[in-house]
Design a protein around this ligand. Structure first.
Ligand code: NAD
Length: 497
């Protein structure tokens, strides 16, 4: 692992970060700014331009002009693929710099940023570069005298709104396929974590690999997000964030120009562990890692372990010491396993949920509040918290907490486990551990979730669709599915007789 670039970051953070519109850096029309705060110590990292409605109008104009002049979608496909590969390379060659910014801004450990977020942010551009000449329509057998074929066309101007938990990575998951298909884009990162996106835009700008207006960046929050959702000049909005805001985005799209919408939203994912598992220690270890890495701020993490009553006590006795051993602290310290929660409002929300769990009568098995490092640093550190004897109708089992707080729920029968697993408004991911292959398959088919992990919670690959059902979202990311999200399918009829 390359060491962090803290001196470089200190100097880079001194200047106010501006919006990027029509291939140039510009302050917001209002000249207003907001601060990005380091969650490890509450210190200001940098000031950023605060985009509002007027800035969104300018960004839409810029993206629309670039779409109409076809400087990007009209580019030779091989050249377009080369541009995507160059972006991958830019990210790769600035891995330590970007990982440093991500850790400063989000609080995840430098190791997590360096090994989890950064490589994938680069690789996804290579993956979609490879797709550019591999997505094509088909010839349709229709009535005699006609030829009918389909073709995939770029959608137009796409707005991409992302949250703060994997700031650069989740943006790249959208930018790469949307660019691959020839669209022009407006990216809006979370106000809590915009810095890595700003830096990647700088690198792209300096390398002059994209025509002006193809990529636009607006930093800001609700006003910019709402303006994007409601703008009639946008053809598609791809949103990752909370279910509550996702509903507003869908409303904004419906009440304006009915732009296409895809939503990657919250989760309350179950992880069922049957009593037939032979290697309980590895099940506990894998489940623990899936739940508590990235400080429990992962949408698909298994926040409800549904454990057969026969192995419940042994499972708990193996699980708790792992949580108690977690070291919270400076995310740049190699001994630290868990950094601060991403921002103060979120930190308070998690602490409130922990208090709620105690009041609701769940049994607090470990954690239960701030980590002492919070006092020392002024940052937002929470002890990994596990509640036992949780009932699935408790609010801590129904509502997304999005932090290091785990619910343990006992079950007796397979039917009961499935009912508990499916018994929330969410359907992002689900896990099942069983050494009985028939049972594992039977249960997997009945879990109402977009992704089901059998005997290894948390597998991801660009080739496999990612996304939820129910109130966890609309649509899929990754693989060919993302490309379909950023294209429109045209059916062409030709009469030949
Ligand atoms: P959030 O919904 O508060 O914000 C997400 C983004 O929406 C931010 O960029 C924000 O500025 C913007 N926004 C805020 N109000 C808006 C509005 N009215 N209209 C349009 N945009 C608006 O979410 P968050 O707190 O940043 O992130 C955490 C949430 O993201 C969790 O619920 C988590 O489950 C979810 N998430 C889902 C996935 C997934 O793939 N399903 C992945 C990561 C995170």
């Amino acid at each position: 692992m390359q060491p962090p670039k803290l001196d470089w970051a200190k100097s880079w953070l001194k200047s106010t970060k501006q919006l990027y519109i029509q291939g140039a850096w510009t302050p917001s029309v209002s000249q207003e700014t907001f601060d990005s705060i380091n969650p490890s110590n509450k210190e200001k990292l940098a000031a950023l331009s605060l985009a509002g409605k007027a800035d969104v109008d300018l960004a839409v104009k810029s993206a629309r002009t670039a779409f109409e002049n076809a400087s990007w979608r009209g580019m030779n496909r091989r050249e377009r693929a080369t541009v995507l590969r160059s972006i991958a390379q830019l990210i790769r060659s600035h891995q330590a710099e970007l990982a440093t910014l991500e850790t400063l801004d989000n609080g995840k450990t430098y190791q997590e940023s360096f090994y989890d977020d950064l490589p994938e942010s680069a690789d996804v551009f290579d993956y979609y570069a490879g797709w550019i000449d591999k997505i094509y329509g088909g010839s349709v057998p229709v009535e005699k005298g006609f030829i009918n074929f389909t073709q995939h066309e770029a959608l137009g101007v796409c707005a991409l709104i992302v949250p703060w938990n994997f700031p650069l990575l989740l943006a790249c998951w959208k930018i790469a396929p949307a660019l691959a298909m020839g669209n022009t884009l407006i990216v809006k990162p979370s106000p809590f974590t915009s810095l890595t996106m700003v830096r990647v835009f700088e690198l792209i700008h300096e390398s002059k690999i994209l025509p002006a207006g193809v990529l636009n960046l607006v930093t800001g929050d609700l006003e910019a997000g709402e303006a994007l959702s409601r703008h009639s000049g946008i053809d598609k909005i791809s949103f990752t964030g909370s279910t509550a805001v996702g509903k507003k985005v869908a409303e904004g799209a419906a009440s304006s120009n009915l732009k296409r919408v895809s939503l990657e939203l919250g989760g309350k994912s179950p992880n069922i562990i049957f009593d037939d598992v032979k290697d309980l220690e590895s099940v506990v270890a894998r489940s623990f890692q899936a739940m508590f890495s990235h400080k429990g701020e992962k949408c698909s993490e298994p926040t409800r372990f549904i454990i057969h009553e026969k192995i419940y006590s042994e499972f708990v006795s193996r699980l708790i010491p792992k949580a108690e051993a977690i070291v919270c602290g400076d995310p740049f310290d190699s001994k630290t396993q868990q950094g601060p929660q991403a921002h103060e409002g979120h930190y308070q929300k998690i602490l409130n949920y922990i208090e709620l769990g105690k009041k609701e009568g769940a049994k607090l098995l470990c954690g239960g509040g701030r980590d002492p490092y919070s006092e020392k640093s002024g940052g937002f550190f929470i002890r990994p918290t596990i509640f036992g004897d949780v009932k699935n109708n408790m609010r801590i089992a129904q509502e997304e907490i999005f932090g290091p707080v785990l619910c343990l729920i006992k079950f007796q029968t397979e039917e009961e486990a499935i009912a508990i697993a499916n018994g929330t408004p969410y359907g992002l991911a689900a896990g099942v551990y069983s050494d009985d292959a028939k049972r594992a398959h039977r249960v997997a088919t009945q879990l109402d979730a977009g992704m089901v992990f059998v005997n290894h919670y948390g597998c991801y690959d660009f080739a496999s669709p990612f996304g939820g059902v129910k109130q966890s979202g609309w649509g899929k990311e990754m693989a060919r599915h993302s490309l379909e999200e950023y294209t429109k399918l045209k059916s062409v009829w030709v009469r030949y007789s």
